[in-house]
Design a protein around this ligand. Structure first.
Ligand code: NAP
Ligand code: MG
Length: 471
């Protein structure tokens, strides 16, 4: 049993003022693996105070100093990669290949930020003005459980690169990862108070960060409902707010695509991170006259998608993070059946041969209409909808007929046509024939998928305010 009894404030590991114990589980077994003692509002206040005190000096550090800090943080997180990978598997259930990628990503984002900073010019002359980018102040960084270590490091990297100081509120369901990352970041030896990590509940610590007058900026990744709440809470003090929220990303398979390649790729896009990904391609849009061919390929290919033991290198879909999340996904599978969608693969209950753990059968519904609930709402599990279109004009209309706009995928052998379609899709990112991430390009959503952008120069500038000095 793991016991996590400390938070990190002002450069020190301290016992929280909060006394609530929160149970941690291994989602692959549904058994408890330990507990974390949660921070409360008093701890959040102490953390904000420490970050506020550290801000004046830190905001005046040179670019070279901050690049050095980021590189030291990168090296420190690299040094715990194996431990972090094991924790990601144990408390989140990511399949091993994914867990390795996630742990590496947590380190890489720190180096990426150092590189962005290296090339960034904080001042420029515009007309008669010297325009300087100035850090906003103390940033509140709130992360979810579906990539906790990665989001801690990515948000912190951008905040510190800009010269902000930070209070981080990670997901309490990810306390093992947070403990490992915190220990590593402490080793990097930054000045006390520059970053503070207080694991506590969203309704207490998260809510305080969203309204406290000494927090200038909130960067949040999570559900759209909580994102809207944070925006409202921040309005009183006009906080700068970055929101990375949900998605219902379309995967457009064009008639000219090689379906033997496109269908497996679309399944991969849909089932990535066990379906617990805001960018998952959960609506597969296919030409109507080729539906039978697509259905046959899905049935053939889905046998290669194994849901089960995350330690098994054959597994590509791990368990859902919690019982609540498992029940939510089961509920949506039931809704799909009740809405009259055709259950092509998977369905309710546990996958064959599995008796414990929060596993879901990789599920594909076909003959779904875009008005069905399963096509409109973010399920956050391995449940995909196949929707047909008559022509590309209709495909575009369906792709854009969603409250979300985070990511879209186009699979086609006709590059000019794919690019022309991409120009008409309302999404922050469009991936043409690839599933690869580009850390230098901005990431974020149109419409209700969020506000603002992370990564690269855009992500850096989200922690700064331009100031014009005219002379
Ligand atoms: P969530 O409630 O939005 O949680 C995200 C983070 O926000 C957590 O650290 C959470 O803390 C915190 N939080 C909750 N209420 C808050 C408040 N009032 N003020 C400030 N912070 C608050 O997401 P969830 O409940 O874990 O998952 C529910 C659904 O959200 C999922 O099914 C999925 O659809 C979506 N989701 C999206 C993403 C994404 O990457 N866009 C990630 C995760 C979840 P607590 O853990 O204490 O609640
Ligand atoms: Mg929640």
């Amino acid at each position: 049993m793991q016991q996590i009894n400390q938070i990190y404030i002002n450069g020190q590991f301290v016992t929280p003022h909060g006394t609530e114990l929160f149970d941690l589980y291994n989602p692959a077994t549904a058994k408890p693996i330990g507990h974390v003692r949660l921070a409360d509002e008093q701890d959040a206040l102490d953390a904000i105070q420490a970050a506020k005190q550290a801000f004046p000096n830190f905001s005046r550090t040179t670019k070279a100093t901050r690049i050095d800090y980021l590189k030291r943080m990168h090296a420190a997180v690299v040094s715990v990669e194996a431990e972090l990978t094991a924790a990601i598997i144990e408390e989140y259930g990511a399949p091993i290949a994914r867990a390795v990628w996630m742990a590496r990503h947590a380190a890489n984002v720190l180096l990426d930020a150092a590189n962005v900073l290296q090339d960034y010019h904080f001042t420029q002359r515009i007309g008669s003005a010297d325009v300087t980018m100035q850090p906003l102040g103390v940033a509140g960084l709130i992360t979810p459980w579906n990539s906790n270590a990665g989001f801690i490091c990515a948000k912190l990297a951008a905040a510190l690169a800009a010269g902000c100081t930070a209070v981080i509120k990670p997901s309490e369901m990810s306390a093992l990862q947070t403990a490992i990352v915190t220990r590593a970041l402490h080793q990097a030896g930054l000045p006390a108070g520059v970053f503070n990590i207080v694991t506590g509940r969203g309704e207490t610590v998260g809510a305080l960060l969203s309204k406290h007058p000494d927090i200038a900026k909130v960067s949040f990744t999570g559900s759209t409902a909580v994102g809207k709440h944070i925006l409202r809470a921040g309005a009183e003090t006009l906080k700068r707010i970055t929101l990375e929220l949900g998605g219902k990303s379309p995967v457009l398979i064009l008639d000219d695509a090689d379906f033997k390649q496109a269908v497996p790729m679309a399944l991969q896009a849909g089932f990535m991170n066990s379906g617990q990904a805001c960018v998952a391609g959960t609506r597969m849009l296919v030409p109507e006259h080729r539906l039978a061919e697509v259905e046959a390929l899905i049935v053939e290919q889905i046998v290669n998608i194994h849901a089960g033991d995350p330690q098994d290198s054959n597994t590509s879909v791990g368990p859902m993070v919690s019982l609540k999340q498992w029940q939510r996904v089961q509920h949506y599978i039931q809704i799909g059946i009740e809405e009259g969608a055709h259950l092509l693969a998977g369905g309710p209950g546990l996958p064959d041969g599995i008796e414990a753990g929060w596993f879901v059968r990789p599920t594909v519904f076909s003959r779904v209409t875009n008005q069905m609930k399963i096509a409109r709402e973010e399920i956050f599990g391995p449940v995909l909808s196949v929707i047909t279109y008559k022509d590309e004009t209709q495909a575009l209309a369906i792709a854009n007929d969603t409250p979300y706009g985070l990511q879209a995928y186009i699979l086609s052998s006709n590059a000019p046509k794919a690019h022309a379609l991409a120009a008409h899709i309302d999404a922050g990112r469009v991936l043409i024939n690839t599933l690869a991430h580009e850390p230098r390009a901005p990431f974020g959503g149109f419409k209700q998928s969020g506000i603002g952008r992370e990564y690269g120069t855009f992500g850096l500038e989200a922690f700064m305010e331009p100031k014009s000095v005219l002379s």
